[in-house]
Design a binder for this molecule. Structure first.
Ligand code: ZN
Length: 445
């Protein structure tokens, strides 16, 4: 055997052994790396892959002296929603007094509710260094994609919704007396139900199924059971307001009537708005006028069902019927609830304010149009008492009243007055209106 031949005879055993050396070294090194450098927070940075049905997921971690934070959150490319989420994630911190380092782990669930709404619930867990759970909290954000605004409980549930949620509290072992509007701020929605996390507690949850309580559902989408299960009406935008110029609100009670459309046509010509305090039977009779009213950006008001007696003389049940039977008729007509209540004869007390989810609206210029039935008399009454922030009371049942309002529009324009809804007046002149009880907030809870 020549040297050459010897070289050619390969010792395969040796090759395998030599090749194994780097493998063993790498594996061993990796093992050592794992022992010495493993992320001690790995178990707190896990997330649920199945619970994210909308938005694109982002992840941030922060390692500070007093805490470690891992937060997952969604991003939508929607300014209002992204800003709300941003504010939440930026504000996460712990105020628990601990001697050792805290670990904060935040994951989320997100869902789109048909093409109308987005619901996000953050699940924030706080641990001590030994992995013991110190806090387990839910924080939700709900967004109306069409209106481009964040939603409150009153955008989801309507009517005397507190009574409904209290009636379901027992199923969740929750004391119904603890339920108020304030602790229903935190809720998550899906396509079938809404769940409230009482006092932000992840484990104290009351669920309302839409189909079981459709008269309480305030959302308008043809897929969601409600008294108005149709496509949502998107109202016309309000005219641009100059806060430095004076403004007044016309309010028309007891209608709608056959004159109401004519009145709205004239107001539209002047870019003017008004608020209509309607009685239930007239709403049912002219539901198309009510839908048109809402679509054109006029404001809806509730003036009870029968208008027969003063609300202050009614039992609690009778009071609820007077208010909510009319509220249901308005919602059925257009998918929107009245924004204010005006008690017949302006007769209200604490019981009325407690029963109504709406603020109570009084007036500051009473034209007595129902008595005088005279166009000039109505106009003179308005002109004699005209002031910035005035709430003018008329009735759209009488030709003389409607005529007087229409004739006032160019006069008010000439004087530099903006003619606005009661909500707009509240927004800019709220302090004065509240001070003199022209508008009194609801005590409902
Ligand atoms: Zn009236």
């Amino acid at each position: 055997m020549t040297n050459l031949q010897r070289k050619r005879k390969v010792n395969w055993k040796r090759v395998v052994l030599l090749a194994a050396i780097p493998v063993v070294l790498i594996a061993g090194g990796f093992g050592a790396y794992k022992i010495f450098f493993q992320d001690p927070y790995a178990q707190y940075t896990a997330y649920n892959e199945d619970s994210k049905q909308s938005g694109s997921m982002k992840h941030e971690t922060k390692d500070e002296e007093s805490y470690y934070l891992s937060v997952y959150y969604p991003s939508y490319g929607e300014d209002v929603l992204d800003a709300a989420i941003q504010q939440y994630t930026a504000g996460i911190k712990t105020d628990l007094k601990q001697n050792s380092k805290i670990i904060i782990s935040v994951d989320y669930d997100s869902a789109d509710i048909f093409d109308s709404y987005t619901s996000i619930t953050f699940h924030q867990k706080l641990y001590d260094e030994n992995g013991k759970v110190l806090k387990d909290e839910a924080t939700s954000f709900n967004y109306d994609k069409k209106a481009k605004k964040m939603m409150s409980v009153q955008d989801v549930l309507r009517r005397d919704y507190i009574s409904l949620v209290r009636s379901l509290a027992g199923n969740a072992n929750i004391d119904e007396k603890t339920i108020t509007t304030a602790n229903l701020a935190n809720f998550s929605m899906d396509e079938k139900s809404v769940s409230f996390y009482l006092n932000n507690d992840f484990d104290k949850k009351i669920t309302v199924n839409y189909a079981d309580h459709k008269e309480y559902i305030a959302m308008t989408n043809k897929n969601i059971p409600s008294l108005y299960q149709q496509d949502e009406i998107v109202p016309a935008a309000q005219a641009k307001i100059d806060p430095d110029k004076p403004m007044v609100a016309f309010t028309f009670d007891d209608g709608p009537s056959d004159l109401t459309t004519q009145l709205m046509d004239a107001f539209d010509k002047y870019d003017a708005k008004a608020t209509f305090f309607m009685v239930g039977p007239n709403v049912e009779r002219r539901s198309d006028v009510v839908a048109d009213m809402y679509k054109r950006g006029f404001e809806l008001g509730n003036h009870t069902w029968s208008h027969a007696v003063e609300l202050t003389r009614l039992s609690k049940d009778e009071l609820y019927t007077e208010i909510y039977k009319t509220q249901d008729a308005i919602f059925k007509a257009c998918g929107k609830d009245a924004a204010f209540l005006r008690a017949p004869y302006g007769s209200y007390n604490e019981d009325v304010l407690k029963a109504s989810t709406m603020a109570h609206a009084f007036w500051s210029i009473d034209t007595e149009d129902w008595k005088n039935r005279n166009t000039d008399a109505v106009k003179n009454e308005i002109l004699a008492n005209l002031h910035d922030g005035a709430i003018i009371l008329e009735h759209d049942l009488y030709g003389t009243s409607v005529e007087a309002a229409i004739e006032m529009l160019p006069i008010l324009k000439e004087k530099g007055y903006q003619v606005v809804t009661l909500s707009t007046l509240m927004k800019y002149k709220g302090d004065t209106l509240s001070k003199y009880n022209f508008v009194t907030p609801s005590l409902y809870e």
